[in-house]
Design a protein around this ligand. Structure first.
Ligand code: CO
Length: 132
């Protein structure tokens, strides 16, 4: 079902500082930047071939990413796998007894459709299923 790694998401405290660091060290540029109010995050996507590094920064203190940063500090937050059919991939996890965070696919950034799989199910990695 996976067609590509869509993005690797990294939680950071200062989005601009992280963007500058990637630009200075690797010449990486921002392909897309978006505030996703419903998730309480601002994200910046840096293109890496056909995939992205997604830098994630909380926009409110009660956002899940703010809680993550408070508990674990900056670092790897989730892996986004590109799929052709988000609903089918989510249903596969559920039908195999897996725990999910989103019971149904929902809108993500860039006009994508997404759903998150609970890390307790997937060996400690928060997984995002991303349909373009
Ligand atoms: Co993501």
């Amino acid at each position: 079902m996976f067609t590509e790694i869509d993005h690797v998401a990294i939680a950071v405290n200062d989005l601009d500082a992280a963007i500058d660091w990637y630009a200075e060290n690797f010449g990486a540029t921002v392909a897309h930047r978006e505030r996703v109010e419903s998730d309480g995050v601002e994200e910046a996507l840096l293109a890496v071939a056909d995939s992205y590094i997604q830098l994630l920064c909380p926009t409110s203190e009660d956002s899940p990413v703010a809680k993550y940063l408070a508990k674990k500090g900056e670092g790897l937050h989730h892996v986004g796998y590109r799929v052709d059919d988000c609903a089918a991939a989510l249903e596969s996890v559920k039908s195999h007894g897996g725990r999910v965070i989103d019971e149904a696919p929902r809108p993500g950034s860039r006009g994508t459709t997404v759903a998150f799989v609970h890390p307790k199910t997937s060996f400690g990695t928060l997984i995002e299923l991303v349909q373009e």
